[in-house]
Design a protein around this ligand. Structure first.
Ligand code: SF4
Length: 121
């Protein structure tokens, strides 16, 4: 059934509010915004993803946690599961910023990356 949904595009800092006419996952029309906004809407209806930033425990480091991020947008419905998985991981200092601290998270092919160095205490 055709319906109109307001969606906020998060592709760029303008954050346009788009009026999306769609039938389930099929986009029929996007009012306002640009071509990238229309692409965002299509993705959001079929395979929504987000970049995720969090922290992971580090043993023997100068701080107990190191900040980490997904190297690519992660499937939105599985973010809660990812957070549980990240709580299970324990690293050992030193940790190098930019290194993969968890490969192929939840079998998605997306690696988790340390966003800074964590030296030994
Ligand atoms: S619709 Fe285009 S201009 Fe608007 S937020 Fe999305 S990418 Fe930016």
């Amino acid at each position: 059934m055709e319906e109109i949904t307001k969606m906020i595009c998060i592709t760029c800092p303008k954050g346009c509010t788009l009026d999306v006419t769609h039938d389930g996952q099929v986009v029929l029309k996007v009012d306002k915004g640009c071509k990238r906004g229309a692409e965002y809407v299509q993705r959001e209806l079929t395979d929504p993803r987000r970049m995720v930033a969090s922290t992971i425990l580090v043993e023997g480091g100068i701080h107990p946690l190191v900040p980490v991020y997904t190297e690519a947008p992660f499937p939105k419905p599985r973010i809660r599961e990812l957070m549980v998985e990240l709580r299970r991981v324990k690293l050992k200092a030193p940790v190098q910023g930019g290194s993969v601290v968890l490969a192929d998270a939840l079998g998605t092919g997306i690696n988790i990356i340390a966003s800074r160095d964590m030296a030994e205490d």
